[in-house]
Design a protein around this ligand. Structure first.
Ligand SMILES: Nc1ncnc2c1ncn2[C@@H]1O[C@H](COP(=O)(O)OP(=O)(O)O)[C@@H](O)[C@H]1O
Ligand SMILES: [Mg+2]
Length: 402
């Protein structure tokens, strides 16, 4: 377990700084090369197996511990290319939050590792976040039609997702990047919320004070209406909107609202959830962009109606209807969602490991073949080492549009 990662330039126990205090550049290089970082092992204790992710903030590899347990891990590289100020504050924030959160349904950060600084890397270390390896991400699983979830299995996925959210929200953390690729699933069927790269702590506002958080968070397709309208005093409901989108995707198998621009995303939301008006959402008129963006008028709410062909279970439709609520104050929270009849009616949530045992191969969004034109994926520019589109049906990967 990692207690802290000391990156400051205090002498490690095995390193003797020159006695006279001033180092010439050769001495400095030797000092850096031999510096012993306590609590921060060398990344070479793991051997990389394959690349499994390419996000905005760096690459992710599947790797294995060389000695000891031979444990499988995921190594997430800390991107430092454009850093002038040393270790990036965004990565520090992610690490601090991951150190705080310890729960069965949150990805486990094992430690931070670094490469040795030397002449070849211009005395710059690379740092990695080391996680317990999870076999799949939900985006990878959902894009493979051979992966079939029963109703009880879907309930288990959604229940664990909400359990994770309940835990992080109780710890005053907002995830702010809910989407299927950031939800991991182990072969034992345990779901883990991952990617705390955009997460932050939040506080309840006291006596009239308002928070001023950035609203440029959450991948567009999962972004709730309050963020799209410029709200900067948002809270846990932003993650529950994403949870609703992910829950619907368990049936539609593809993101339910795929806008290309922010106004278009709002328009897709209105087509599903009805027009955004002060009637259904008191106070919306005071959000910064409410009068600046042209909103669709006269749209009826059609959440149940449009989802019913996919989501046949009436309890599931009802819960979706309570998560995909425009007004964040009226949107269901994680606790009430977990108490919904959906989870307490036959078929009850059931173990996923039997179904997953039929799939030997790991499934990740990054390894999914590219989508055909008009059904854009974002983040990673190129395809993983997947088959060409003509063989998509053979491999079980297929597009479905809601
Ligand atoms: N612990 C892990 N086990 C397995 N795969 C992981 C793990 N962590 C991340 N990944 C994979 O790498 C991808 C990118 O990692 P993520 O933490 O989401 O970073 P980014 O900010 O780059 O999106 C994820 O979508 C997932 O497919
Ligand atoms: Mg991610």
């Amino acid at each position: 377990m990692m207690s802290s990662c000391r990156l400051e330039n205090s002498a490690g126990p095995n390193t003797a700084a020159p006695q006279h205090g001033i180092m010439n550049s050769k001495e400095k290089e030797k000092y850096i090369e031999e510096y012993d970082f306590p609590y921060c092992d060398e990344a070479s204790k793991y051997v990389k197996i394959t690349k499994i992710g390419q996000g905005t903030f760096g690459e992710v590899f599947k790797a294995q511990e060389k000695n000891g347990s031979k444990k499988l891990v995921a190594m997430k590289k800390v991107l430092m290319e454009n850093e002038k100020e040393g270790f990036p504050i965004t990565a520090l924030r992610e690490i601090r939050i991951l150190q705080l959160l310890k729960h069965e349904n949150v990805v486990n950060l094992i430690e931070i590792c670094r490469t040795k600084a030397n002449h070849y890397n211009r005395y710059r270390s690379t740092f990695y976040l080391i996680f317990d390896f999870c076999d799949h991400d939900l985006a990878g699983l959902l894009s493979n039609v051979n992966v079939k979830f029963s109703l009880g299995e879907i309930k288990k996925v959604v229940q664990q997702l909400l359990n994770g959210l309940y835990y992080i929200h109780s710890n005053k953390i907002l995830h702010r990047d809910m989407k299927a690729a950031n939800v991991l699933i182990t072969r034992q069927g345990i779901l883990k919320l991952a990617d705390f790269g955009l997460a932050r702590a939040f506080s309840q506002t006291k006596n009239g004070q308002v928070n001023r958080y950035t609203n440029r968070v959450v991948t567009l397709w999962y972004r709730p209406p309050e963020l799209l309208l410029g709200d900067r005093n948002y809270g846990p409901p932003v993650d529950l909107w994403g949870a609703g989108c992910i829950m619907a995707e368990m049936w539609t198998r593809s993101p339910i609202m795929q806008g290309n621009t922010e106004p278009q995303q709002l328009s897709l939301i209105s087509q599903l959830c009805g027009s955004i008006t002060p009637d259904v959402w008191p106070g919306v008129e005071s959000l910064e962009l409410y009068n600046k963006i042209e909103l669709s008028r006269g749209q009826k709410r059609k959440v149940k109606e449009r989802l019913k062909p996919y989501v046949k279970d009436p309890y599931a439709c009802d819960l979706l209807d309570k998560l995909l609520v425009l007004d964040p104050q009226k949107r269901c929270d994680a606790d009430s969602a977990l108490n919904h009849d959906f989870f307490w009616t036959e078929p009850m949530p059931c173990d996923l490991s039997k179904m997953l045992a039929q799939h030997a191969q790991s499934m990740f969004e990054y390894l999914t073949p590219p989508r055909r034109a008009g059904n854009m994926r974002h983040h990673h520019p190129g395809p993983g080492p997947g088959p060409k589109p003509s063989t998509i049906v053979d491999t079980g990967y297929q597009d479905r549009v809601f």
